[in-house]
Ligand binder design. Structure first.
Ligand code: ATP
Length: 442
């Protein structure tokens, strides 16, 4: 009897802004392997990495899967062929494919993956990593995709979400997606909080359909398989879809912002969080964006809150001295500013008291007194009453000790939505009998 091999497969960077999608390639691979009765040991994994790296196509997503097979050689060849067939290399994709035979994943993989979540990794380091760890790798172009491919295999879940991605038939690629807005609203009402970020109720906007030429029709995010399947039954479209697949993902976990940014590690494109004290109060700049500065460990950091995040109103109410935590991505220095943190969240830890000091009021006339000159006190111009001290009073703050998040239309794939704050989903046990994959009959 031939023995079983456990094979981890990771791939990335197969798409371009002009077409294809790494998750669709995963769907095609699963379709082929399922027909051969290959055993899957977990959901396919859709791992999002640092959303601030400059060369991502959309959401910096990579895919990995874990299977059991008696014929790893045949499967590897089949996957290689599919990666070549479905990679949009002529439009700039730099696909990377990694095979790793083992049931357990060594800690070096996890370390690599953790770093890719918040820092920028040089692609030569991915090649060195592959050599050092004896990985079987394939790449085209510059091999940038190896970073996501290794990272997706190495990712260690502490919390997760699921996403059901439904795919279009080839004849529909690039055409407008028609879905009933009411059905999406209804689906959110019926399935939330077991699904999230499907519909922006404030703007009446559907958030589950992408807008590019890729093969995805919609993606519903949620916490468990049953809720996602239920959601698809509520959604209404006249388009005949090809099928769907459910991925286990780190989307919605805020994973990229959990590391502390410091003066030393705050390289361009890094993501993370930092605690500090507001040292220059906010100013509103052209376009309605808000800029302010914080001090942390004797270093100053510029922070920017962009108008579309919907957080500018809160940021503009910050005062010098407020103790806050900001999370976001580091923008490269420009001509006018040094490195700036683009905020993805703002948490107020302790707001200072806003004390206003002004000339005293005349107790008889209820009118402000006039200063009589330096050190000479104040006098009421109506009755001549005198007073020597200024008065102070507290102005209520417009911000509270709380977490402020962008509005959902400005969320990134990794952003943790309000309804998931403090939550850790560990419940999605994989079982082959689950309806995690389906190709609709022709
Ligand atoms: P998707 O369309 O699936 O949302 P994407 O298309 O936006 O994802 P890719 O086309 O996969 O993203 O491009 C991202 C590229 O960046 C990949 O080659 C990936 O390997 C690489 N990459 C991922 N994380 C890092 C990182 N931290 N540092 C450097 N390169 C990275």
């Amino acid at each position: 009897m031939e023995k079983d091999t456990i094979l981890n497969v990771g791939f990335d960077d197969t798409d371009s802004p002009k077409g294809m999608c790494t998750t669709f390639l995963a769907y095609k691979i699963v379709d082929l392997l399922q027909k051969q009765k290959t055993e899957f040991l977990d959901f396919p994994r859709l791992i999002r990495f640092n959303p601030n790296i400059p060369w991502k196509t959309r959401g910096n997503g990579a895919v990995s899967m874990k299977i059991k097979t008696k014929n790893p050689l045949k499967i590897k060849n089949q996957i290689k062929n599919l990666v070549s067939k479905y990679s949009d290399t002529k439009n700039g994709a730099n696909p990377g494919l990694v095979f790793f035979e083992s049931n357990s994943i060594p800690s070096e993989f996890t370390k690599f993956s953790k770093l890719a979540l918040w820092q920028l990794i040089n692609r030569n380091n991915a090649k060195k990593f592959a050599k050092k760890n004896n990985l079987e790798i394939y790449f085209q172009g510059n091999g940038q995709g190896l970073i996501g491919a290794i990272g997706a295999i190495g990712y260690d879940f502490h919390d997760h979400t699921l996403e059901l991605l439904s795919y279009r038939k080839k004849s529909k690629f690039g055409k407008e997606r028609k879905i009933s807005t009411d059905s999406v609203r209804n689906m959110q009402e019926k399935t939330s909080p077991h699904t999230f970020n499907s519909f922006d109720t404030k703007k009446g906007r559907v958030l589950i359909t992408p807008h590019g030429p890729d093969p995805v029709f919609y993606g519903v995010r949620g916490e468990n398989v049953d809720s996602l399947i239920h959601a698809t039954k509520i959604l209404k479209t006249t388009e005949k879809l090809d099928g769907y697949m459910i991925f286990k993902s780190n989307q919605g976990t805020g994973d990229h912002l959990k590391n502390d940014l410091t003066f030393e590690n705050m390289k361009p494109y890094a993501s993370g969080k930092i605690q500090g004290i507001v040292s220059i109060s906010p100013k509103i700049v052209k376009g309605g964006h808000v800029l302010f500065k914080i001090t942390s460990n004797n270093h100053d950091f510029w922070c920017a809150v962009y108008k579309p995040t919907g957080m500018t109103i809160h940021a503009s109410n910050l005062l010098k001295g407020d103790k806050i935590i900001v999370g976001g991505g580091v923008r490269k220095a420009s001509k006018n500013y040094p490195r700036i943190i683009n905020l993805e969240f703002l948490e107020i830890l302790s707001p200072v008291k806003n004390i206003s000091i002004s000339n005293p009021e005349c107790k008889k006339c209820n009118k402000k007194m006039k200063s009589k000159g330096l050190n000479q006190g104040f006098q009421c111009i109506h009755c001549g009453e005198r007073e020597f001290k200024k008065t102070s009073h507290e102005i209520p703050r417009k911000i509270k000790k709380q977490l402020y998040l962008p509005k959902i239309s400005a969320h990134r794939h990794l952003s943790r939505p309000l309804q998931r704050i403090g939550m850790k989903n560990k419940s999605s046990q994989f079982n082959e009998s689950l309806s995690w994959f389906c190709v609709y009959r022709k």
